[in-house]
Ligand binder design. Structure first.
Ligand SMILES: NC(=O)c1ccc[n+]([C@@H]2O[C@H](COP(=O)([O-])OP(=O)(O)OC[C@H]3O[C@@H](n4cnc5c(N)ncnc54)[C@H](O)[C@@H]3O)[C@@H](O)[C@H]2O)c1
Length: 433
């Protein structure tokens, strides 16, 4: 274990960039590697669309400070970075294709760069969320074959799942209990020393790497199923005339109950993909996962549920979704986030457009370009027949600040329970999820 650590972090996305900077802030020399030339070029210029912050400093400020100090630099040349480092951290994920199969192409090319350039005595830490069994059955053979070294002897290998939530990354690297799966004692000790660079939290060891990989997937599946329960309950409560959020507030007063909130659907990279990771393994084992599959379908169907509801409310005020102007607040997969990957808000906009609506969506946190994106809230709300509040842009953001721009008889769908319905015009028809 050669301290200070020279750490290469492969992948400079939502996990890899803040993780690199967190290591750098805590004394390691870090090389960030990203295969995407635009991401690397932006980072070199001190630019990122990420909105993480720590101790009053934005991730951009931290990026500039650590780059100037020389503790962080970014490159697309993974091979040289791996050769210069004694710790390699892999944060490239497994996207899921339209058939529900995890796509290994980016992950495999990252593994090949690691294996082909690994120095004797280095540690490889895999932090991506993976199909159970990936570290030992997929990565290890690639590393051993291409390096000519053996895990536990010539190099060290551990699986350390990333458990942070976007928006809280820097704080949670420090405070989140960390799982380490390592097949041998030397790898376990090396991995723990690296985790201690930026973490003061509990470290939980397991000699079973596949158990740690599966625990990470199960954590995400628990959230998917929990949300599916509250979504279904919300439909029941609506019909029964009971306030969903009040029931959840009351039930959550029990210390052993932790219900999440219903919303416009579940997005982002982590939760929607978890089912497909477990399912890939289940298929190999000849197993079915009917309950988890149903939960996934339930959450996946939410964008259509919201669009159906919009159509029904418009019909109740004598309008049709076809030809209606629909204002949308929020395009990210969750509140105050720049992340629009698998975002239900985007799916809602696209479904409404397919059904003939004219959609104008506002979300200043999201950098991606969409043909239906508005530059200002006023532009989104102008002449709208329907207002869909899909997430909270900022803590102080008022979704009704442009209510004057909405049409008579506007229908308002509040999927976050954060609209003050008393402030709506008398003619408005309000619905809360
Ligand atoms: N986003 C989260 O909050 C979060 C939380 C916990 C765990 N995870 C897991 O962490 C992993 C990474 O997630 P993310 O959100 O950071 O993904 P991301 O897409 O934001 O980042 C991955 C980065 O890797 C780069 N990349 C792809 N192939 C590469 C290669 N061969 N070499 C170098 N770079 C390459 C991509 O350009 C991208 O910038 C995933 O497995 C995810 O499930 C994410």
């Amino acid at each position: 274990m050669n301290q200070p650590f020279h750490i290469t972090v492969i992948g400079q996305g939502y996990v890899g960039l803040p993780l690199s900077l967190s290591f750098a802030m805590n004394g390691a020399a870090v090389i960030g590697v990203d295969a995407n030339e635009k991401i690397a070029a932006d980072l070199k210029r001190g630019r990122t669309a990420q909105t993480e912050a720590f101790n009053g400093r934005t991730i951009r400020e931290i990026l500039r400070e650590e780059s100037e100090r020389g503790t962080y630099r970014v490159t697309t040349d993974g091979a040289s970075a791996v050769r210069e480092s004694n710790v390699i951290v892999l944060t490239v994920g497994l996207p899921v294709d339209s058939s529900g199969a995890p796509d290994y192409s980016a992950f495999e090319s990252a593994c090949a760069v690691i294996g082909g350039n690994l120095r004797r005595g280095s540690l490889v830490l895999i932090r991506s969320t993976v199909v159970p069994g990936t570290t030992e059955a997929y990565c290890r053979p690639i590393f051993e074959r291409l390096s000519g070294l053996r895990a536990g002897e010539g190099f060290y290998l551990a699986y350390v799942p990333e458990r942070i939530a976007e928006g809280k990354a820097f704080e949670e690297f420090r405070t989140m209990p960390t799982l380490i799966g390592a097949a041998d004692e030397a790898s376990r000790r090396f991995a723990e020393a690296v985790i201690r660079v930026n973490s003061t939290a509990e470290i939980i060891h397991s000699p079973s790497i596949i158990a740690v990989e599966t625990a990470k997937v199960l954590e995400n599946l628990q959230r998917d199923a929990n949300i599916a329960i509250v979504q279904e309950f919300a439909r029941f409560a609506e019909t029964a005339g009971i306030d969903t959020f009040e029931v959840i507030r009351l039930a959550n007063s029990h210390p052993r109950v932790q219900l999440l909130s219903p919303g416009p659907g579940v997005g982002g990279y982590c939760i929607p993909n978890a089912f497909y990771y477990l399912n890939a393994k289940a298929r190999v084992l000849g197993l079915e996962l009917p309950l988890l599959s149903l939960a996934r379908q339930q959450n996946q169907s939410m964008p259509e549920v919201i669009v159906d509801k919009t159509a029904a409310l418009l019909s109740a005020v004598g309008k049709s979704l076809e030809g209606a102007r629909v204002a949308v607040i929020g395009l990210a997969m969750k509140d105050q986030s720049p992340d629009d990957r698998l975002s239900p808000a985007v799916a809602i906009c696209e479904a409404a457009i397919r059904r003939g609506a004219e959609v104008s969506a506002y979300d200043p946190n999201v950098a991606s370009a969409y043909p239906f994106k508005a530059g200002t809230l006023k532009e989104a709300c102008a002449g709208a027949d329907a207002l869909l509040v899909l997430n909270t842009i900022a803590p102080e953001f008022d979704p009704l600040s442009e209510a004057d721009a909405l049409r008579e008889n506007v229908v308002v769908l509040d999927t976050r329970a954060n609209v003050d319905a008393a402030r709506l015009p008398k003619s408005a028809l309000y619905w809360k999820i």
